[in-house]
Design a binder for this molecule. Structure first.
Ligand SMILES: Cc1ncc(C[n+]2csc(CCOP(=O)(O)OP(=O)(O)O)c2C)c(N)n1
Ligand SMILES: [Mg+2]
Length: 282
């Protein structure tokens, strides 16, 4: 993988830790599990112009699991949509970075999300509009594994499959946990891959911490012409920071203990060191 994409992933992971620690709380686990995906999307696969966020020729992202806003905000700031100092305003009154994405507030955010399930339908709508305009742009629809409990997801998936909407790349963050426990204990998802295949999707499963595997899967999804497409990302909630991967309740983390803050400081320090070293070789 291009060194720049590797560095971008590290910067995004650092920023997530930094902004949430500064805020004092936030959706950490489900933001960290998407770091590598966002690095590949914005570092390699997507068409966009940070100076003209509404550029007609852009690809779209619908982060249906909107509580993972911090991974998107960190990526957008690293890619030049707005200054990094804005990250420290997460959740402030009047901020351009609300806890869940709002298309009226943040440059680069095309769809408001947060009520789980709904992004699947809005993404299907955007993809339909793009097809009607004969656009060759893509919609990247990012859905949580717990979010799949929402029946609305399956309505939208039926629609996408029926109309062979290959311009809407459905990406499921299979981090095995949702808000208050393991998905298998809340509502057992069984095999997400098998379900998506049964719904008519061309479906691939890849390790969600592997930049090359994600990149190859997206490239392959783009080559599919005769069906809807899905990538199941096999991820770890809290991915990339051992302490948070192992923390049982890592959905929304409070930075109010010495232990959590020490682990965050340690992770930030090692990421910073790696970023500085790697940037010398670019
Ligand atoms: C309609 C709706 N119901 C409940 C919630 C509260 N909620 C926020 S995140 C979450 C868990 C989502 O789990 P998952 O999709 O697996 O997200 P991840 O593990 O990636 O954080 C829930 C229930 C919500 N945002 N919207
Ligand atoms: Mg989950």
């Amino acid at each position: 993988m291009d060194k720049k994409v590797e560095i971008l992933a590290k910067k995004v992971r650092y920023d997530i830790l930094d902004m949430l620690q500064h805020r004092g709380y936030g959706h950490l686990g489900g933001s960290l599990s998407l770091v590598e995906l966002f690095a590949v999307l914005y570092g390699k696969q997507m068409k966009y112009d940070p100076k003209n966020p509404k550029w007609e020729g852009r690809d779209r992202v619908v982060l249906s699991k909107g509580h993972a806003g911090p991974v998107w905000y960190s990526t957008l700031s690293e890619c030049g949509f707005f200054g990094k100092e804005k990250l420290m305003t997460l959740n402030d009154g009047g901020t351009m970075l609300p806890s869940h994405p709002d298309r009226t507030k943040t440059p680069g955010v095309d769809m408001t999300t947060g009520s789980l399930g709904q992004g699947t339908s809005t993404a299907a709508g955007i993809a339909t509009a793009l097809k009607m305009k004969h656009s060759d742009n893509y919609v990247y629809l990012i859905v949580g594994d717990g979010e799949l409990n929402e029946g609305q997801c399956w309505e939208a998936f039926q629609y996408l499959a029926n109309y062979k909407m290959n311009n809407c790349i459905v990406i499921i963050d299979d981090n095995k946990r949702q808000l208050d426990g393991y998905t298998k204990d809340v509502i057992n998802p069984f095999s997400i891959e098998a379900k998506m295949k049964a719904f008519g999707f061309n479906t691939q499963t890849v390790k969600g911490n592997n930049l090359d595997a994600i990149d190859e899967a997206i490239t392959k999804a783009k080559s599919v012409t005769d069906s809807a497409v899905c990538i199941v990302l096999d991820t770890i909630k809290g991915q990339g920071v051992k302490f948070f991967e192992e923390l049982l309740d890592n959905h929304s983390v409070k930075f109010n203990t010495e232990e959590v803050n020490r682990a965050t400081d340690d992770a930030k320090a090692s990421l910073k060191k790696e970023i500085e070293e790697e940037e010398q070789h670019v």
